[in-house]
Design a protein around this ligand. Structure first.
Ligand SMILES: Nc1ncnc2c1ncn2[C@@H]1O[C@H](COP(=O)(O)OP(=O)(O)OP(=O)(O)O)[C@@H](O)[C@H]1O
Ligand SMILES: [Mg+2]
Length: 325
């Protein structure tokens, strides 16, 4: 889908990007991460040419992006940033319809599309469509930002720290929403973050940048298990096995065979602990570290759907939620 070849960006004497080459497959969510100033935003912005690279090639769907009309290119790519940048004097619905309007869609079609997109990000269009951005919470504004970026149905979405300005709980909800939306609409997404857990949770692949160059480009498991060098290992920190769990829910590790179900039901009936199937795997870990040998895994209705114990959480290859589905 996207192929970046030997991208360089120099600002006077500063090298912001140094020979960056990266291939991103259709429908992949690639996270750019790295220390402040390492070039994440600059790299993201070269893709829609908000920043012109000093050297290198950008191929999107077989076409040389550096030879396309930059304005048309930008309209064809969704872009979401930290403080959203909604137009304060336009309603939520009008904000979402901005790119379709630029593309010349008629009014009825673009407003219908805006409402569809608000539904997609779980904002009731009847309730929120007529409000102004200042009448929304930070998390709601961020949802509108995502709806707006998706409105013209771009194949590619660029997101620069989209969830950095919201509180941790809202942030987790937005991450969950993004994964859900991604399962529905399958965009190619380039996502910048500072947050290691966010990267591990969301990414199909992570690109770690250091001083404008690629330190390692791999899927999260590989990155955590086989860091390319000491910088990568240090960046991801002391507890790679714990960090990995951020990617998974309890359901990914649960045993669901008949014997496990029977054992879990019996244990539950005699007062043993349980954990929701869609809880994060780390929730199960902390409960298990509390001393239980195994937990019953339950669904929304409280029915037993599996069992999980400590040894399950150490499995190398649980079902991968982000890639499956
Ligand atoms: N317009 C500019 N003029 C001069 N230098 C710039 C410009 N934009 C970025 N830089 C420099 O390029 C380097 C990379 O910046 P960039 O914004 O891409 O970093 P980043 O990884 O996104 O950092 P952060 O995590 O803090 O957002 C930095 O050294 C920065 O100072
Ligand atoms: Mg940045």
């Amino acid at each position: 889908m996207i192929s970046l070849r030997n991208i360089e960006k120099h600002y006077g004497g500063v090298t912001a990007l140094n020979q960056v080459s990266l291939d991103i497959g259709r429908g992949e969510l690639v996270v750019l991460i790295g220390p402040s100033g390492c070039g994440k935003s600059t790299l993201l912005r070269t893709v829609n040419r908000m920043t012109e690279p000093s050297a290198g090639q950008i191929i999107i769907d077989g076409r040389n992006a550096l030879e396309s009309d930059p304005v048309l290119l930008r309209r064809s790519i969704g872009y979401v940033i930290q403080n959203v940048g909604l137009f304060p004097h336009m309603t939520v619905r009008e904000n979402v319809a901005v790119v379709p309007q630029l593309l010349g869609w008629d009014k009825a079609r673009r407003l219908r599309r805006a409402d569809e997109m608000l539904d997609l990000v779980r904002l009731d269009p009847h309730k929120f469509g007529g409000r102004y951005p200042g009448q929304l919470s930070g998390g709601q504004q961020q949802r509108v930002g995502i709806a707006r970026a998706l409105a013209a149905d771009p194949a590619l979405l660029l997101m620069d720290e989209p969830f950095s300005a919201v509180d941790p709980i809202t942030r987790e909800q937005l991450q969950e929403e993004l994964l859900r939306i991604q399962r529905d609409v399958r965009k190619t997404i380039l996502f910048v973050t500072h947050d290691i857990d966010e990267a591990i949770r969301l990414a199909d692949k992570i690109c770690l940048l250091r001083d404008g160059a690629v330190a390692q480009y791999a899927d999260p498991d590989t990155m955590l298990r086989q860091p390319a060098d000491a910088f990568v290992a240090q960046f991801f920190g002391q507890e790679p096995a714990l960090r990995r769990l951020a990617r998974y829910t309890v359901a990914d590790f649960a045993r669901t065979d008949a014997a496990s179900l029977a054992a879990a039901s019996a244990a539950l009936a005699s007062g043993a602990g349980s954990v929701p199937h869609d809880a994060g795997a780390r929730t199960a870990l902390s409960k298990l570290l509390g001393g239980q040998a195994a937990l019953a895994v339950v669904d929304e209705a409280g029915a037993v759907v599996g069992q999980v114990s400590l040894s399950d959480l150490t499995l190398a290859q649980p079902a991968d939620r982000a890639i499956a589905a």
